[in-house]
Design a binder for this molecule. Structure first.
Ligand code: HEM
Length: 416
């Protein structure tokens, strides 16, 4: 049997989205291991198998565009000449590829060589905690939150004084990553206002870069230049609204996700003294540690796709037009793929995971996120003396970008 029964899977899904289960949804995911795909309702499916999710993410019959949401025909146009729809995370080819192509190269170039600067930023944050002399830190507020926003502001050459503004926009815009049908009318209206404010905030900055281009990412996207890569024609160039939305996408897609990765990694280490001791003895294993955190407790728990043609998934026929929830975090614990999936085992021999998605929409910021987490977790393990968890952390209510809202860690001192 490859499909589980509707009522049971739908009931389990109901418990997964219930905020009361945010601290530990993993037993609920384990309850889905009887089948890799589950029918949730008439046109809705839940996919929990590692191989099936991986294949669907790479399947050209899968769309990220919600057919129920049409762009405003009287609104602004995209550079493809059609009514503007959204950032490229929620766009299908060919427009997705045109926009992503312009960012990908310029972004990747700026990540190379960034590690020493990230180390400096992380050391600065830990030094500040050492100077406090408090013996206790909220890892989320004092370490995980400040780092990604500083890094993205430096990539965009935004002054330090603007970081709180970016931080506040990131928090408010992040709600827009959730499926539209999980938002209330008030939230949708608030989001529209915030998006307008974000564009108004960026306009003078963009005008300034047009007049005086620098070496930053915004200037690269505006002026083109060889490092942005070849373009078939000038109309491929992103226009003003696309640039604003793309910058917002980089900010929100890279913010809370990275915060969660750092917090989830710290929590996993504090709950596993053997793994922490091993990592302290071998800090060069930071890459393996971070891959296991990404598998064991991924910052993005789920994504969605829409079938544009009938598809067979594990022997089950999914009709065209149906919606599929891809439970990345359940795939990462699939016992068909991983030995002892519920154990945190840095350096496990089969580390591949679904935390950054796959296929066309594979995370653009994966290299940056890995670097930030590796540097931060190394500093936490190296500099804090006898770090320990004060209490089980509270969680934000968000189901898709899941992570602790605070993480209190006690320690006996901070090494230089
Ligand atoms: C631990 C940190 C991160 C995680 C777990 C993560 C996860 C993901 C996932 C799962 C997707 C694919 C979504 C889908 O297919 O539906 C994605 C896409 C994306 N991510 Fe990340 N991300 C992280 C950090 C970042 C950072 C630091 C940035 C940039 C500053 C970033 C930028 C993006 C962008 C632009 C996309 C859309 C790619 C496309 O549609 O072609 N992410 N990310």
């Amino acid at each position: 049997m490859t499909t589980s029964h509707t009522p049971t899977a739908a009931a389990t899904y109901g418990r997964i989205v219930d905020p009361a289960n945010r601290p530990d949804p993993y037993p609920l995911y384990a309850a889905l291991t009887d089948a890799p795909i589950h029918r949730l309702g008439d046109h809705e499916w839940l996919v929990s198998g590692f191989a099936e999710i991986g294949a669907l993410l790479r399947d050209p019959r899968m769309s990220v565009q919600d057919p129920a949401v049409e762009p405003d025909p009287n609104g602004p146009l995209g550079s493809d000449g059609r009514p503007f729809r959204s950032g490229f995370l929620s766009l299908d080819p060919p427009h997705h590829d045109a926009l992503r192509g312009q960012v990908a190269h310029a972004f990747a170039e700026r990540i190379v060589g960034l590690r020493p600067r990230i180390e400096e930023l992380v050391d600065g944050l830990v030094d500040r905690i050492a100077a406090d002399g408090a013996g206790q830190v909220d890892v989320v507020e004092q370490l995980a939150y400040p780092l990604p926003v500083s890094v993205i502001c430096e990539l965009l050459d935004v002054p330090r004084s603007e970081e709180p503004v970016f931080h506040s926009f990131a928090e408010r815009l992040t709600r827009g990553l959730d499926p539209v049908d999980t938002l209330s009318e008030t939230e949708i209206a608030e989001l529209a206002v915030t998006r307008g404010q974000w564009r108004a905030y960026l306009m003078p900055m963009i005008a300034e870069r047009v007049a005086h281009p620098g070496t930053d990412l915004i200037s690269a996207l505006l002026t083109g230049g060889p490092e942005v890569g070849p373009r078939s024609q000038d109309t491929d160039r992103m226009n003003g609204i696309e640039l604003g939305v793309t910058l917002g996408l980089l900010l929100i897609a890279g913010h809370e996700t990275t915060v969660n990765l750092i917090a989830n990694g710290t929590l996993a280490l504090l709950r596993s003294p053997a793994a922490l001791a091993e990592f302290r003895a071998h800090p060069e294993t930071a890459p393996e540690l971070v891959e296991e955190v990404l598998r064991y407790d991924p910052p993005v728990q789920m994504t969605r796709r829409f079938a544009t043609a009938p598809v067979r998934v594990a022997g089950q026929e999914v009709p065209s037009g149906d919606r599929l929830a891809l439970l990345l975090a359940a795939g990462n614990r699939d016992p068909r793929r991983f030995a002892e999936p519920d154990r945190f085992v840095p350096g496990r021999p089969d580390p591949a995971h679904l935390a950054f998605g796959g296929g066309l929409h594979y995370c653009l910021g994966a290299a940056l996120a890995r670097m930030e987490a590796q540097v931060m977790l190394t500093a936490i393990a190296r500099r804090f003396v006898a770090p320990r968890l004060v209490m089980d952390p509270p969680y934000r209510t968000n189901m898709i970008l899941r992570g602790p809202s605070a993480l209190q860690m006690a320690f006996d001192g901070v090494l230089p």
